[in-house]
Design a protein around this ligand. Structure first.
Ligand code: FE2
Ligand code: FE2
Length: 376
């Protein structure tokens, strides 16, 4: 008689990598299920963001995990689309209540360590037998009700894979050829973004862009902002620098960019338009729809009266990236890890000193920004 042991494998699979595949195979060997249900979870990716839409993740789970399984395992496996297709986050306890059988939930070490923060952990604990795959060298504590799947599983981070894909780094060790081909065809995870940037910017500007992206990402981790968004904003913040000042003036007029005090900027310092041109290119050429990313790009030069966390991070990262040669750059960069607002204030001060020392024009937004930050 057919048993009712059900292996449930949950995760975001963004993208599915060889670590997922290895964990599932080991779990099958240990648990010996009669049925396998893979449950990609809900995410709310924005078009062009570093995350993939649900429909793409579901297809990738099929070609990257399901199709790689030996036939006798594949025939008992299905992909459950309930969470991924929902328009709201679906909690695991809801998914488990909808499933029948002797449930065995499998996840990676990071998820197991965070179990206490899942919705309704005490109910969850009684809904299934809990299994995790240990990551080599992991030091975190896994709750006592978890059983360990024998073996050590490759230390692969989806966040790093997404970064590497945007940088066109080789991911063939982490991703199967089919997944790589799919990502390329669907242009996911900003695939090739960096190559496109490289071909459109001068080498020194391209280097600066990479430096700003890496500092913005690191500051985002420090201050609890989204590192992927920070990195993306850093990569694209100077995309508009491909244009000369007269081209920027024309671009702003033809594309009707909403640049405050545009006539004065065109007359006095057209290069200041580049932040608005970068935002436009990020939206139209690179398909970015994330409002936070676009806002940070738009505000990185002139600033604004109100700056959100990502705006501040990009402003400071741009002013103090490792290629900046002004004497206080490294000091402010270090300060940014202890006091972001103080680093922002110092970055604006440096800009004011530089601009006034050249007897150049100060844009009203920068004056507003300074007045909103300067101590009374
Ligand atoms: Fe810039
Ligand atoms: Fe810049």
């Amino acid at each position: 008689m057919k048993g009712n042991k059900v292996l449930v494998y949950g995760g975001s699979f963004d993208p599915p990598h060889r670590g997922h595949e290895a964990l599932l195979r080991a779990a099958v060997k240990k648990i010996r299920p009669d049925k396998i249900i893979i449950v990609p979870n809900h995410q709310s990716p924005l078009k062009g963001s570093p995350h993939a839409p649900s429909k793409d993740r579901l297809i990738m789970v099929r070609i990257g995990i399901l199709d790689t399984l030996p036939l006798k395992i594949k025939v008992i496996s299905i992909v459950n689309t309930r969470e991924a297709r929902a328009r709201r986050p679906v909690f695991t306890h809801e998914t488990l209540s909808a499933l029948k059988g002797d449930l065995h939930f499998v996840c990676g070490q990071d998820s197991a360590e965070s179990f206490g923060r899942w919705k309704n952990p005490s109910r969850l604990e009684s809904q299934a037998t809990w299994w995790y795959g240990a990551r080599p060298g992991a030091k975190g504590k896994v709750p006592g009700h978890f059983k360990k799947i024998p073996g050590a599983f490759p230390d692969i981070s989806s966040t790093e894979i997404r970064s590497d894909l945007a940088l066109d780094h080789d991911c063939s060790r982490e991703l199967s050829p089919k997944i790589l081909a799919y990502i390329k065809t669907r242009n996911l995870y900003g695939n090739g973004l960096v190559t496109r940037l490289k071909s459109s910017l001068k080498p020194s500007r391209y280097e600066h862009t990479l430096n700003v992206a890496s500092l913005a990402e690191s500051l985002a981790r420090r201050w609890g902002a989204n590192p992927d968004k920070a990195r993306l904003a850093g990569l694209l913040h100077d995309a508009g620098r491909r244009f000369t000042p007269p081209q920027l003036a024309r671009f702003a007029r033809v594309r009707r960019l909403k640049v405050p005090n545009l006539s004065e900027i065109i007359a006095l310092d057209p290069m200041l338009i580049h932040a608005y041109a970068s935002e436009y290119l990020a939206r139209t050429e690179f398909g970015i729809a994330d409002k936070e990313v676009l806002s940070a790009i738009r505000r990185h030069t002139l600033g604004d009266k109100r700056m959100n966390l990502l705006d501040k991070i990009l402003y400071v990262a741009d002013a103090t990236s490792i290629d900046r040669t002004h004497p206080n750059a490294s000091k402010i960069r270090a300060l940014a890890y202890n006091d972001l607002d103080a680093a922002l204030r110092s970055s604006v001060a440096e800009k004011l000193i530089y601009t006034t020392s050249r007897h150049a024009w100060l844009h009203p937004l920068t004056v507003h920004l300074w007045n909103s930050l300067a101590p009374l």
